[in-house]
Design a protein around this ligand. Structure first.
Ligand SMILES: C[S@@+](CC[C@H](N)C(=O)[O-])C[C@H]1O[C@@H](n2cnc3c(N)ncnc32)[C@H](O)[C@@H]1O
Length: 509
């Protein structure tokens, strides 16, 4: 296939994880068959990230382009100066992200008009629509937030029907294939007391019934379970649509529903993803990043004070853990000296990464580590972090539950030992894949504690991005909180690349 043969329309694009994966697919002849024509995103910082990446893709293969991008990363050029040096590429990148954030449901005319243009210009070559309409009713967090709203009625909340915007785009673009991603909760969400997933499947199979526009029908495939009758794929269990990312080379247990829609008249059966033999671990993908210290959030932040607090905590943690773990005596918890809170130096050259991820993360290596800056924590939490990380290390990668914390370390939460807080200070164990990186990481770092008790901190945006398999030169724009949200929302690009290969092979047949 020639480069750019498959047009991609990315909806609800977030920072562009799905699009990144597809864009990175290379076919046997060395071409990049997927070309993103449009990314729609309403949140300004994610939109900025998408535009920067769209620009990067256009200049990365030129020596001057890459050098200038690296100058931007180093702070030697502003974004306006960078774009000014490559006005054509900048204009194309901005066109790709529609110049400004756009909201499906509000701004449909601009979006649909642009899709129509793109589709017409693309002729009869293949087209793919990607993206997952978010929905309050699907996510467990959204459901519990809504439960707190007086007189909340899911059936009256427009945010629960964004997938209808997706159907409209299917009618306008009439793609050969679509890839729709969503949280696991979509399988069990109810509106008006009824599980809505069967209805969503039915609507996706025949979008025209809802949009009242003549639209092809679609077969909906799972990417992980083989089907008996590919002409009319039906799966026994809805969880057949669930992809467990950790089985496909991602160092994170991220379980997401991914539907592969294929236009009904397309012959051929998409293959399923090939599980990896081994799971990748947190330490394998984080160990080469510069070590950092956390900060104090509610007092003056001085390195020496941090070192003495961490050193004092080390003594307390050892004393507490000795009661349960014999090996606690020999734990090395002495704080590193003169750590900083952010690092710009490049990563260490030696690394423990699994073979399949080394080039993936570190190809076209940036001149400095991006988005790698720690947060401040309350002094009392630093002790809890040290305890949780050391406990996890001694307990072969299983972090302590609330009941495993000594009373002296208990935070002043009501119900601290009850279900909702049981997992409150969770270390991401070095020897396992991480738990799901969610946008909650933007709120506090308690569920995402670094496995190294000597750094005593939660994960940085870059570390979260590594767990999500974003390449190291992927810059997240916006402030730190916005960056965390973007990372937590994304589809792991390395998983998306594998899905892209399935789609490429299908369309190539
Ligand atoms: C789960 S994220 C998508 C992640 C993306 N597929 C990726 O791989 O990186 C959903 C995104 O949809 C955006 N969004 C929500 N409602 C939207 C709307 N009506 N129009 C456009 N974007 C919307 C959110 O801001 C969020 O960034």
């Amino acid at each position: 296939m020639k480069t750019g043969t498959i047009l991609v329309i990315d909806l609800f694009a977030g920072p562009g994880g799905l699009g990144e994966g597809l864009s990175s697919v290379i076919d046997a002849s060395g071409s990049h068959p997927f070309k993103i024509g449009m990314s729609v995103e309403k949140e300004p910082s994610a939109h900025k990230t998408l535009t920067t990446r769209a620009f990067y893709r256009r200049i990365k293969d030129s020596k001057l382009g890459l050098a200038s991008y690296n100058d931007y990363l180093l702070g030697n050029l502003t974004r306006a100066q960078l774009f000014g040096l490559f006005p054509y590429e900048a204009e194309k990148a901005l066109q790709e992200t529609l110049y400004t954030p756009h909201s499906l449901g509000d701004d449909n005319s601009t979006i649909h008009k642009r899709i129509t243009e793109l589709v017409q210009n693309h002729g009869n070559k293949p087209k793919v629509v990607i993206g997952g309409p978010p929905c309050q009713a699907y996510s467990l967090a959204g459901r519990s937030r809504n439960a707190g709203i007086k007189d909340y009625q899911a059936e009256k909340d427009d945010r629960n029907f964004l997938y209808k915007e997706y159907l409209k785009v299917l009618s306008v673009a009439q793609p050969d294939v679509f890839i729709m991603e969503n949280v696991r909760g979509i399988l069990s969400a109810r509106i008006d007391g009824k599980i809505i997933f069967p209805r969503i499947l039915q609507d996706l199979r025949a979008p025209g019934r809802i949009t009242k526009i003549t639209t092809p029908k679609y077969k909906i495939f799972s990417l992980v379970v083989d089907v008996d009758n590919p002409e009319s794929p039906i799966y026994e269990d809805f969880t057949d649509y669930l992809i467990k990312s950790e089985n496909y080379g991602i160092p994170q247990a991220r379980h997401r529903v991914i539907l592969l829609g294929v236009r009904a008249d397309i012959q051929g059966t998409p293959s399923t993803l090939k599980p990896f033999k081994y799971q990748s671990t947190v330490e394998q993908v984080l160990a080469d990043l510069p070590k950092l210290r956390s900060g104090f959030s509610k007092r003056k932040d001085i390195t020496k004070d941090w070192e003495s607090t961490v050193s004092k905590n080390a003594t307390t943690v050892k004393r507490l853990l000795k009661k349960q773990f014999k090996q606690a005596k020999s734990l090395d918890l002495k704080p590193f000296k003169k750590l900083t809170r952010s690092a710009t130096q490049p990563v260490e050259q030696s690394c423990q990464m699994p073979e399949h991820l080394i080039e993936w993360y570190r190809g076209k290596e940036p001149p400095c580590v991006l988005n790698h800056e720690t947060r401040g924590h309350m002094e009392s939490d630093l002790l809890r972090y040290a305890y949780s990380a050391a406990y996890t290390q001694l307990n072969d990668g299983t972090p302590p539950k609330a009941r495993d914390f000594p009373d002296d370390l208990a935070p002043a939460h009501e119900n601290w030992k009850s279900g909702s807080h049981a997992d409150r200070f969770r270390t991401q164990a070095a020897n396992k894949c991480s738990t799901t990186v969610t946008s909650h990481i933007s709120k506090d770092g308690h569920y995402f504690i670094h496995y190294d008790p000597k750094q005593c901190r939660s994960l940085t945006v870059r570390e979260a991005a590594r767990l999500q398999t974003f390449p190291d030169n992927y810059l997240f724009e916006g402030n730190r909180t916005q960056q965390y949200v973007q990372v937590g929302n994304a589809v792991p690009p390395y998983l998306a690349q594998q899905i892209g290969k399935v789609v490429m092979e299908l369309l190539d047949q």
